[in-house]
Every structure is written in C-alpha cells, then in structure tokens.
Design a binder for this molecule. Structure first.
Ligand SMILES: *Cc1c(COP(=O)(O)O)cnc(C)c1O
Length: 454
C-alpha cells in the first residue's frame, strides 16, 4: 500500500486541480449540503478488509465528506473566529505533509526550524518583544495557553511549600484558560466583570486576597473572543511586575490587529508580558492548525518543557534549537513553515493590508447596522467583532435565522450572549469578505422578520 502506482499520478493531478479550484474563488456551500452537529453522520462507506483503492477513497473524500463542511474561509463565515489561509500558506502546508518532516528538533528538520524561528521572530517584533524572545508553534491557542502557564509555574514553590495553585484571569478570558488551570490542578480567581476591559484595579482587588507566591500568573486578553475587547495591558503589567507575578497575554484572536498602526496603541504593554499566545490560524492567514506561544525569556520555558530520555540524547545539545522544547509536545508538525512561506511570498506589508481590510469591513458592517431601521449595535465594534441586535427578536429567532443561513449556504453566523442578552456576533478575519457579503447578510436579517410578521 506504500507503492505510488501510475494511477495515483492521476489522483494527484485531480487533487492539484481540486486545490487550484478551491483557492481560485470564494468557496461555495451548496444548499443543504452543510451538515449540522447532529446530522453530520452521513452515509459513508464502511471500512473493509480489502479497501477501495486510493482513487475511490479520494473521490469519497472529495464528493461526500468535504462538501458537508462549512469552510472557515467562506466570505460569510463570520461565526466564532474563522480563518482564511493564503495560497502560499496552503501550498507549503500541503507539501509539508508529503515531506514527512519531524518538526520537533533541528536534527531532522534542518532549515525548517530556522524558517519557523523567523516566523516566530516576526511575531515577536510585531509585539515589540526583545530580539532574544522565542517560542514555538502549537496546535491551538488552548495548548499555547497551557504551555505558557506550565512555564509560569515551573520550578516555583509557594509559601505553603507546594507549587503555586491559583491562576488569576479576567472575566472575559477564553474558556481554554480555565481548562488549562484545571489540567494543572489549579484554581481560577476571576478578576473584573464579563464583557468589560480588565483594569489593574480589578486585578489588584483579587490579588489583595491572595498570597503572591501562590499565584501562577495573571492572564489578560488582547482581543476577547466574544467582544474583541483588549484589556488594559500596560497598567496590568505594572501591577504584575511590582509583585513579580508572571503576566500571560492571550492574543490568540486579536493579536493580529497589532499590525494595523491605528490599532497598535491599544496593545501597549504587551511587550512587557512574560508570555503571549497568538494564533496565525485565526487572523494571520495560515491553514489549521497554527498557534504560537512566545516567551520574553525563553530559557524559563525551555527548562519547563524540555523532555529528557536516553533516546533523545542525540537532540539534547545545550545549544540545540528544538521547537519541541517550548511547549507541551514532542513530536510536532512544523506548522510554522506555511506562515513563513506565506510571509516570504507576500511580504509583511500585505499582512498589514489584509488585517486592515478586515477591520474596515467590520467598520462598514457597524455603519450599516447603525443606519438600519431594524438593526442596532449592541456595542461599539472592537477590533473586528460586531455585536448587533434585531429589534423584536429573542434567542429563538436568532437561532432560527442562524440555522436557515447555514442550511441555505448563505453564511455561518451564530448568536452569542453579551451583557446578559442574546445578540448576533460577526467576526471579520477574512480579507475577501466584501461589503456586498455584509449587505447580503444584513438584508437577510431584515427580510426574514418581514416574512415572519407579514
Ligand atoms: C480561539 C481562542 C483560544 C483557543 O484557541 P484554539 O486555537 O481554538 O485552541 C484561546 N484564546 C482566545 C482569546 C481565543 O480567541
């Protein structure tokens, strides 16, 4: 089954054709092909002892499996946080799979490690981190947050003689922060109020009741997923540094907005964080999965994460630059390579333009909502998140419209809760989302009510 037979060449050509078609225009979602969470168990062929062959398997993937998805780079995928990879990134990613690169160490990965290091270096310089800051790419923001908190706790003992046991997190912190804390056996002390900027005073109020030696870290958000809010990083950094407490900034979604000069100010202080999470697979145009965790002082993270075993002796030289050493992983995909290849291909200015385009589209959407007789902003747009309400609608109406939009192939837009109220949330991370796409969605929101009341 490892032999690459002549018929496989034809499959390869078809895969290449399919990828080309997929990249050359906005993806289409055929009405009723997209399956929801409970109807995704389509009638797929059974696995058999003999197998159907590479060509038939590919045809099934192409015709039966992939068309049931709602791709995140669809221009009207505005739910959660989408992702719209560049062709340069997709092609490098596809080749990476074929190259069988073990991305954990320099020994096998050669210049791939240097390419990933350069991509990490670009992220660090965007944040204003020192030139010796470093980190690695992991599967997602969740693993990045866990890795950072493990590094924050490494080698420390609280006054009680045990490792520190409390993670202080803003009320808008991503769910993965709580999950990381639970994985580590830590408690979470919540600071501030949901859907509001976390300020130093909120953090101080929580720290006042804690023994600083028992605090693993303070976690602030730079772009809360639900609202796009950026916490008051500079003053929180003051509060942490005066108490010698580790500051982790979760910029998984929002960090990309730092590239836009007009937005940079909001991130002031991020360069003082001990560690930062930023996900290129969200708003920096790489395929899933690609998230970065970076450390101002990488030696601490390396001490926390480097695994040791006899069979690893060959890769354990003290000056080795091994991406495995900076997170909770060992074997890893060199998932930073597609980001690097795309930066090389497109240049860094194109990233600034693409991020600014998303911000401008969010601004356009907010303006259209504002002038609509039946739509209303639930909050001023922050970064590229727009929260809106439809007059007269309750939770069931939003859910009904959202599932109709998905099944008809119009778009993927889901409701959320903001300040205790059900609202619709639009998150713009695809530079190919146009004003016409926004108009289409907003018009549908307006006409559906007419249909139901008329
Ligand atoms: C998406 C997100 C995460 C989790 O990232 P995954 O890549 O989904 O694991 C963490 N923090 C924030 C702020 C996010 O937006």
């Amino acid at each position: 089954m490892h032999e690459f037979v002549p018929q496989d060449q034809e499959v390869l050509a078809d895969v290449a054709r399919w990828i080309g078609e997929r990249l050359s225009g906005p993806p289409e979602v055929a009405p009723h092909r997209s399956h929801g969470p409970h109807d995704g168990r389509a009638a797929l062929p059974e696995l058999t002892a003999e197998g159907v062959g590479t060509a038939a398997a590919w045809e099934t993937v192409r015709d039966e499996v992939l068309p049931t998805t709602f791709p995140t780079d669809h221009p009207r995928y505005l739910a959660f946080v989408g992702g719209a990879p560049t062709p340069a990134a997709v092609l490098a990613d596809a080749a990476l799979s074929a190259a069988s690169v073990y991305g954990g160490s320099e020994l096998e990965a050669g210049a791939v490690v240097a390419a990933e290091r350069a991509a990490i270096g670009w992220l660090c310089s965007a944040m204003g981190y020192p030139s010796d800051a470093h980190g690695t790419f992991v599967s997602g923001g969740s693993l990045a947050n866990l890795s950072a908190l493990v590094a924050a706790r490494h080698g420390r003992t609280s006054a009680s003689g045990r490792p520190p046991g409390v993670v202080v997190a803003g009320a808008s912190a991503h769910s993965s922060v709580r999950s990381a804390a639970e994985t580590m056996g830590c408690e979470v002390a919540v600071a501030g109020t949901p859907d509001a900027v976390l300020r130093a005073a909120d953090v101080e109020a929580v720290l006042a009741g804690l023994d600083p030696s028992d605090v693993v870290a303070v976690v602030a958000s730079a772009g809360a997923t639900n609202t796009g809010l950026v916490d008051a990083l500079d003053e929180i950094a003051d509060c942490c540094s005066s108490r010698r407490i580790w500051l982790h900034v979760d910029a998984a979604y929002g960090g990309a907005a730092m590239l836009a000069p007009a937005r940079r100010e909001a991130f002031a202080g991020i360069e003082r964080a001990d560690s930062v999470t930023i996900d290129p697979h969200k708003w920096l145009f790489t395929p899933f999965d690609c998230a970065a965790v970076v450390y101002r002082e990488p030696a601490v993270a390396r001490a926390a994460h480097r695994q040791s075993a006899h069979y690893l002796d060959a890769v354990e030289g003290d000056d080795a630059d091994n991406p495995a050493d900076y997170a909770v992983h060992l074997t890893r995909r060199a998932r930073g390579l597609p980001l690097w290849a795309s930066l090389l291909a497109n240049g860094t200015d194109a990233y600034v333009d693409a991020v600014e385009r998303c911000l401008a589209t969010a601004g356009y959407a907010a303006k259209q909502v504002d002038t609509s007789p039946v739509l209303e902003l639930a909050a001023e747009p922050r970064l590229s998140v727009v929260l809106l309400r439809r007059s007269g609608w309750g939770a069931a109406d939003y859910a009904h419209w959202s599932s109709r939009a998905r099944f008809s192939g119009l778009g993927l837009v889901t409701p959320t809760t903001y300040a205790g109220e059900t609202v619709l949330r639009l998150c713009f991370v695809n530079p190919r989302t146009t004003q016409a796409d926004v108009d289409m969605l907003l018009e549908s929101l307006e006409t559906l009510l007419d249909e139901r009341t008329g």
